[in-house]
Design a protein around this ligand. Structure first.
Ligand code: AMP
Length: 179
């Protein structure tokens, strides 16, 4: 069977708790062990670097996409199985999305939020049916989940918005949800 790919959105920073990095390590390892290709932003910093290094350590296949202007800042990881350099951020997101069968969100910052909401809104608009799973390490995303509830309660989204993504407490649970 053709290898499936999981696009991982996560922080270019490490975050303040060790568990965030540990979750990135675990996800990278699990992807490799389950013959799933990692698709991500090709950086070697923060959780991005952790997830990629863990996948490589476990002999996994990695596919990274980075825009030229971030190659120095995010330390483009040129030793990936496939390393793609784009001209723009929009191209980066497009190439990542097109090469993925499903999306996983680890803890991250504004960039991860942008990426998550883009795939979520596209799902809401019926533009794709790729599964999206939010990995809620140590409840990191609880405020985001509360915001989604608030948006629904105040009448700016249908309750069905919550049907477009799943919530996992850990990378292991995320993998079972994606199966
Ligand atoms: P962050 O979650 O802010 O640490 O960013 C995670 C990744 O998202 C990094 O590779 C950023 O370059 C990327 N990123 C930041 N802003 C955006 C954006 N507007 N669209 C897509 N990716 C972004």
């Amino acid at each position: 069977m053709q290898q499936r790919s999981i696009c991982v959105f996560c922080g270019a920073s490490d975050g303040v708790k060790d568990s965030y990095g540990a979750a990135a390590d675990r996800l990278g390892t699990l992807l490799a062990e389950n013959n799933l290709r990692l698709v991500y932003g090709a950086g070697d910093v923060g959780l991005m670097g952790r997830v990629a290094r863990a996948a490589q350590m476990a002999k996994g296949t990695t596919f990274g996409v980075i825009p030229q202007h971030l190659v120095d800042w995010e330390v483009g990881k040129t030793d990936l199985t496939t390393y793609v350099v784009t001209e723009t951020m929009h191209e980066r997101k497009k190439v990542m999305f097109m090469n993925a069968d499903a999306i996983a969100l680890l803890p991250g910052g504004a960039g991860s939020l942008d990426e998550f909401f883009e795939v979520l809104t596209w799902a809401q608009l019926g533009l794709h049916k790729k599964p999206i799973v939010l990995i809620n390490t140590l409840g990191y995303w609880d405020p985001l989940l509360a915001l989604v509830d608030h948006v629904i309660a105040e009448g700016f989204a249908k309750g069905s918005l919550k049907n477009f993504f799943k919530i996992a407490a850990s990378p292991d649970e995320a993998l079972s949800l994606l199966r």
